[in-house]
Design a protein. Structure first.
Length: 413
C-alpha cells in the first residue's frame, strides 16, 4: 500500500501552479508610494486650511479640505521659509505639490512645495498680516513718533548707491544748504538680503552717533521691488533707532510698513530732502508772514487797551464824587454799627441784671440779711452745722447780715 504524506496547509500555493508570495507592511506602503508618485505628476490643489500647526521643527502640518473631502498636507521648513505670508486656519489657498504616502503610518499626504493665498496675492496678504501684528505691538503709535530736527546739520541716507533717488536727494540738499554734512550708507534696496542691509545700515548710523536725522528709501517700483521696506527686520530697526527716521519709499501712492513705523513719511525721496531742509526763501516768507501776523496782533491788542483805558478815564472823570459817595457810605455804616452795638450792650446788661438777681436770691448773704447767722469754729474756720460739734470753751466767729462777733461757748444743747 502506497504511503501518502500530506503537506502543511501553509505551504500550499494560493493558486494552482503558483508559489505563494508575502509582502511586509513597509513593502506594501513603498509599492503604493511608488505607484502614486509614478502615475500622478505634481499638481496645483485648491482648498481651505484647517488644523494648522507648526511644531518647533518649523514644518507646517495641516489639513486641506473642501465641502466634501479632505487630505492631510505637510510643507517642510525649507519651503515654508520662502513664503511671504503665514498660513492660518480658514485661509483659502492654492497648493502646489505631489501626492504620496507617509510609509511609517500608511497615511496619504499632499507634500506642498509652494502655496498662494486664493483671491489675494501673497505679498498683499503678508503686508496686512505684518501690519496688524506690529500695530498691536505699538510700533505705529503716534505718541512715540518724534519731531524732526529743524535744519539738521548732519543727514544720514540709507538707499542704493547707484539709484536716481540718491542723486535727487543730494541735488536738493546741495542747492538749499551746501554746507550740510551727509553720511551715505549704500545698500541693496531690493532682492535677497536687501532688508538685512537696510536694517544694518540704520543701526550703523545710530552707532556712528553723528547724524541728526536719517532718510531711508528708494525710488518707485512694483510691490515686489519695494518689498524690502515691508520686511519686519527693517520695521524693528526703524523702531529701535534713537535718531528720527524719515521713510521715503517709491511714489506718493506707495505705502510700506516702513512708512507706518518711521517718525515721518515722505511721498518720494526728493520730498524727504525737501521736508528736512526747507528752502531759505520759504523760511524768509514764513518769517515775513509771522511778522505781519505779530504786528497785526499787537495793533489789535493796543487798540483794545486804548478802548479799555478810555472807559476807565470816563469812570474816573470826577474821583472826588466817588470819594464823597464812599465817605457817605462809611458814615451810614458807622451809624448802623453804633446802633447795633448799643442795642447789643443793652441786651447784655438786661441779661446780666437778671442773672445777678437770680444769683443774689441764692446767695448766703441774702439769708443773713433775713436775720440768720453763720458760725465758724476757730481756729480751723470750719462752719458749724450742729451743736454736737462744739464743746464748752470753743471759740466761734459768728457772721451776721451786718458785721461779725467772736463768741465763747459756755454750754451746748
Amino acid at each position: 500500500m502506497a504511503r501518502i504524506t500530506a503537506k502543511p496547509p501553509a505551504e500550499l500555493p494560493l493558486f494552482a501552479g503558483e508559489t505563494r508570495k508575502f509582502l511586509t507592511i513597509s513593502e506594501l506602503n513603498e509599492r503604493i508610494k511608488g505607484t502614486l508618485e509614478s502615475r500622478l505628476e505634481p499638481l496645483w490643489v485648491q482648498g481651505e486650511i484647517s488644523n494648522f500647526r507648526m511644531p518647533p521643527s518649523g514644518h507646517f502640518y495641516f489639513t486641506l479640505k473642501d465641502d466634501k473631502s479632505q487630505i492631510s498636507a505637510v510643507m517642510f521648513r525649507r519651503q515654508g521659509a520662502m513664503l511671504r505670508f503665514t498660513p492660518d486656519n480658514g485661509m483659502a489657498v492654492l497648493c502646489f505639490g505631489r501626492v504620496s504616502v507617509y510609509t511609517v503610518r500608511g497615511d496619504l499626504q499632499l507634500y506642498v512645495d509652494d502655496m498662494e493665498p486664493q483671491g489675494q496675492g501673497a505679498l498683499a496678504l503678508a503686508f496686512e498680516q505684518l501690519k496688524k501684528k506690529l500695530a498691536v505691538e505699538g510700533l505705529f503709535a503716534a505718541e512715540r513718533k518724534r519731531e524732526l530736527p529743524f535744519l539738521p546739520h548732519s543727514i544720514g541716507i540709507v538707499t542704493s548707491g547707484k539709484g536716481a533717488a540718491l542723486h535727487d536727494m543730494l541735488r536738493i540738499i546741495g542747492d538749499r544748504y551746501a554746507d550740510r554734512r551727509i553720511v551715505i550708507c549704500p545698500v541693496k534696496v531690493q532682492g535677497e538680503g536687501a532688508a538685512r542691509e537696510i536694517a544694518d545700515a540704520i543701526a550703523d548710523l545710530n552707532r556712528f552717533g553723528a547724524v541728526d536725522v536719517i532718510i531711508a528709501g528708494r525710488g518707485g517700483g512694483s510691490l515686489e521691488d519695494l518689498w524690502a521696506f515691508n520686511e519686519e527686520i527693517v520695521a524693528r530697526a526703524i523702531f529701535a533707532s534713537q535718531v528720527p527716521v524719515v521713510s521715503a519709499v517709491g511714489h506718493e501712492i506707495d505705502f510700506t510698513i516702513a512708512d507706518f513705523v518711521a517718525d515721518a513719511r515722505a511721498p518720494t525721496p526728493t520730498a524727504a530732502a525737501e521736508m528736512i531742509l526747507p528752502r531759505k526763501r520759504d523760511l524768509v516768507e514764513q518769517v515775513d508772514s509771522l511778522e505781519m501776523r505779530l504786528a497785526g496782533a499787537m495793533e489789535f491788542k493796543i487798540e483794545q487797551l486804548r478802548e479799555s483805558f478810555a472807559g476807565l478815564v470816563k469812570r474816573l472823570s470826577d474821583p472826588g464824587r466817588k470819594l464823597r459817595e464812599n465817605q457817605q457810605r462809611v458814615d451810614e455804616l458807622s451809624i448802623d454799627l453804633l446802633r447795633r452795638f448799643q442795642e447789643r450792650l443793652r441786651q447784655l446788661k438786661d441779661r446780666l441784671a437778671e442773672r445777678a438777681g437770680r444769683l443774689g436770691a441764692l446767695s448766703p448773704l441774702a439769708v443773713l440779711e433775713r436775720g440768720y447767722s453763720i458760725a465758724h469754729k476757730l481756729p480751723e474756720e470750719r462752719i458749724v452745722k450742729s451743736a454736737a460739734e462744739l464743746q464748752v470753751g470753743d471759740q466761734l466767729r459768728v457772721s451776721f447780715g451786718q458785721g461779725k462777733a467772736l463768741c465763747l461757748v459756755q454750754d451746748t444743747e
